[in-house]
Design a protein around this ligand. Sequence first.
Ligand code: IVH
Length: 670
Amino acid sequence: MDEKQRIMQLRDELHRHNYNYYIKNAPVISDQQFDELMDELMRLEARHPELADDTSPSVRVGSDLNHEFVQVTHTRPMLSLGNTYSRADVEAFWQRTSEALGGAPFAVCCELKFDGLSIALHYEHRRLVRAVTRGDGVQGDDVTDNVKTIRSVPLQLPAGCGCPDDFEIRGEVLMPWQSFERLNAEREAIGEQLFANPRNAASGTLKSKNSAVVARRRLDAYLYYVLGENLPYSTHFERLQAAAQWGFKVSAHAKLAHSVDEIFEYIDYWDIHRRELPVATDGIVLKVNDLSQQLALGTTAKSPRWAIAYKFKAERALTRLNEVTFQVGRTGAVTPVANMEPVLLAGTVVRRASLHNADIMEQLDLHLGDRVWVEKAGEIIPQITGVDLDARHDNPNLGDKVKFIDHCPECGSPLVRYPGEAAHYCPNDTQCPPQLKGRIEHFISRDAMNIDSLGPETVDDYFERGLIRDAADLYNLTTADLQGDGGTRLRSAQKVIDALEASKQVPFERVLYALGIRFVGKVAAKSLARHFGSMTALCQAETEAMLEVEGIGEVIASSVHAYLAEPRNRQLVERLAQAGLQMEAGKQALASDALLGKTIVISGTFAHHSREEYKTMIEAHGGKNVGSISKKTSFVLAGEGVGPSKLDKATKLGVPLVAENEFLAMLGDE
Ligand code: IVH
């Protein structure tokens, strides 16, 4: 078999494994085997740019290329659904439909209402050609590159699957609970605002201008509406089943109902069991099943008359507000927290709820002793959604209106509010205890220095005992200090000291992340560390130089610059360096630094080495290989037959082309 055939075979196989894993939930090979096949495909594709295919399974990794979205007009408007909240509304829908159909029998397809954002996918000859967001219903954004990274969206449907040549399928893009929780944990670690629910997170992600970011965030998609001419099906339900046959992820929970009672059964069941689903749902959708009946019922300007959404009642409970306390985080952000009389909500006892910020608190107009409504937003984070005003009249225990504080509850500094930000901050980042402790906790956390024999309680203990005020103090600790009066035994004290010693080998990129510079997550720290190579170089860099780095924008660059401009922070870094922490990227492994800080795109075919070898060489000489040309690209390593679109782009952005021999000369003729 030649390489071309092998590429085709691998693509087919990987499409199939993707389907087994992400749609059928029944993988037949291990993750490792999957990765090996994918690696082999990517290696072969790199050697055969002439076989490039934009629906290859390898496009799932996304690209670092930034792009603006193009607006596309929908083939047919994307309507919304009328909302109902009560059983009476559902009965009225049934009645209305029955009358409009002149008393003819009809069935209703009951489906879950997925809580994400809608998407329209276009397929031509079994290939995904376009994905468009709902937008205003008439026009949406072309987000094809981003959608291609969603593993459950087929890029190519299997041959002979029976799908039409040209059709559109609509559905919902979602962020599963698991991805959502992971994302928020990461954002918390870098002091970024959390997403309130998976819908906002999915929407923010899908509109990201960088598809590699989308790929990392692990979105999912369920499809629920097929549009196309001349499809051989007369009902919506059959179309759903057909779509599942063709290879789409279609919810297995759609069910036909032939009476209002059957609809209520469906509602009652899913109102409870939706908590077991991996994604958020906020109701159910009822659709008249027969397509000719749908046509007869027609649509209004905004929504079809043949469908309606029943929204689940948010689970809520009434309880008493006892107190509002204020928490100070690592970044100094102050969060108001409501402390309430314990109340049972969706199976757990709730005592506390975040009030988010001063504006939200003000809108609620809370008084101590108020009876408040508590809801579970997205089933996890309890929130106060309102005050029972009637209960105020005869409440002898009603206290004062709750006010946001103007001084830090921990250190007494006057709070500040930056323009455009919702949060209040305690500016005393040099002395305010929770800020100091929070920064040390971040420093030792797993993704940072990974000093796992220390935890928040130990940090708290050392801090209270005056042993540490910042991360560098950790490296002056002795076993005698740790044994102290806390009664820690020698063995565990020694364990801590050993772990601190071992952390001196943690690579520079993680040391940089561990500093806890605002907005600098793991990925940004890695890019900066690789690009600049050392703390010294980074300290000398101007903001403009940082903007040259892939994935680093204004916000991160100014934050890093401001951090390093602060003498106190420079001292901390200096002391950490003295202690022996890695302040240089693994330079010893570099063959040379001929390409240090250079971002290079490889294109075409080569005479002396394979693309894969060139990739390795670029990294060995300090450069970075990326997939697509942007204004940050230093040059294109151009072999035979560079594609016309790449040439065009390079010319437009003024990115130089470097020929193979020229490149080898740069590295001292390998
Ligand atoms: S059908 C014309 N089915 O709910 C009918 N929509 O308020 C088009 N949604 O914009 C929609 N789950 O984003 C349909 N099973 C489902 C759905 C669903 C969620 C969303 C969709 C739509 C919104 C309507």
